[in-house]
Design a protein around this ligand. Structure first.
Ligand SMILES: Nc1nc2c(ncn2[C@@H]2O[C@H](COP(=O)(O)OP(=O)(O)OP(=O)(O)O)[C@@H](O)[C@H]2O)c(=O)[nH]1
Ligand SMILES: [Mg+2]
Ligand SMILES: [Zn+2]
Length: 260
């Protein structure tokens, strides 16, 4: 139903998001009168009420960005969404995809390899999207729209090759929209992005978003240990013993400094 929006709902800051549940008045023309309370809310991509964030990284073309992925994982978890990581374009760089997938699985995240060329991982994605509200997010050119086309079996969403010149995506998807799935459920395709601010967190909250720290954390000398400069830190001991991904830990410390 095509609607206009009432007063302040038209403003950007207090406005409507894809996924909002709204009250519509239909005396005369249809008007969105109010927005029902949101169960979840993401700012990038802007979507309300999603339960699952499907974070898409290409194994190549464009090259994977673990720093962006880690930011997205923190943002989505902080907003209360479940997360799933897809390592797409596995047909182009299988070894790299396997290595990254393995490393994030060891850290405690669910994820698998996908390819819209071979169809690998697509039935599993279809299953994961079924019956709930999900949002796909990730860099431009990673293959979000292509994956949704593969899931629905219809080339409904526009896709475009990454630029041969810059190696980056071309920002083909311009807006966030929810698509209904044949088996029930809704999924939002979203425009790619390359930078993301951390949500407003206290330093001591950041470690909550690192499942791989949890088994070691109780052994740290200080109860509020940030696993940074503190002595007798079990997380750093695990890192030095090769039990944690050094890249994830380095980025954790970088994020910690950003939360200053
Ligand atoms: N080889 C290979 N190419 C793929 C795969 N998935 C997508 N592509 C290609 O990658 C390019 C970008 O795909 P899109 O689906 O447009 O990427 P997107 O993530 O939606 O990009 P934006 O809308 O700009 O955010 C297209 O040329 C796709 O055909 C894959 O699994 N393997
Ligand atoms: Mg797209
Ligand atoms: Zn510690």
């Amino acid at each position: 139903m095509r609607c206009t929006a009432r007063g302040r709902l038209r403003h950007r800051r207090e406005g409507l998001l894809a996924g909002d549940r709204v009250v519509v008045g239909v005396s005369g023309s249809a008007v969105v009168e109010s927005v029902l309370p949101r169960k979840t809310e993401l700012t990038r991509p802007p979507v309300a009420n999603a339960e699952l964030a499907v974070l898409v990284q290409a194994a190549a073309e464009p090259p994977p960005s673990p720093a962006l992925l880690d930011r997205m994982l923190i943002q989505a978890r902080a907003a209360g969404l479940a997360v799933l990581i897809l390592w797409n374009k596995a047909d182009l760089a299988r070894e790299a995809a396997l290595e990254l997938c393995h490393s994030y699985r060891s850290a405690g995240f669910t994820g698998w390899l996908t390819s819209t060329v071979t169809g690998e991982g697509v039935p599993e994605l279809k299953e994961a999207l079924s019956g709930r509200i999900s949002v796909l997010a990730g860099p431009s050119g990673a293959g979000k729209s292509s994956l949704l086309n593969a899931v629905t079996g219809a080339p409904a969403l526009k896709t475009q090759p990454v630029s041969a010149h810059s190696g980056r995506g071309r920002h083909t998807t311009r807006l966030t929209e929810l698509l209904p799935l044949a088996g029930g459920g809704l999924v939002a395709d979203t425009p790619g992005f390359t930078s993301l601010q951390l949500p407003a967190l206290k330093k001591a909250e950041l470690r909550r978003f690192y499942p791989e720290f949890q088994p070691w954390q109780p052994e740290c000398f200080f109860r509020g240990c940030l696993h940074d400069q503190e002595p007798v830190c079990a997380v750093k001991a695990a890192l030095n013993a090769g039990k944690l991904d050094p890249g994830r830990y380095d980025r954790y410390r970088m994020f910690l400094a950003e939360l200053e």
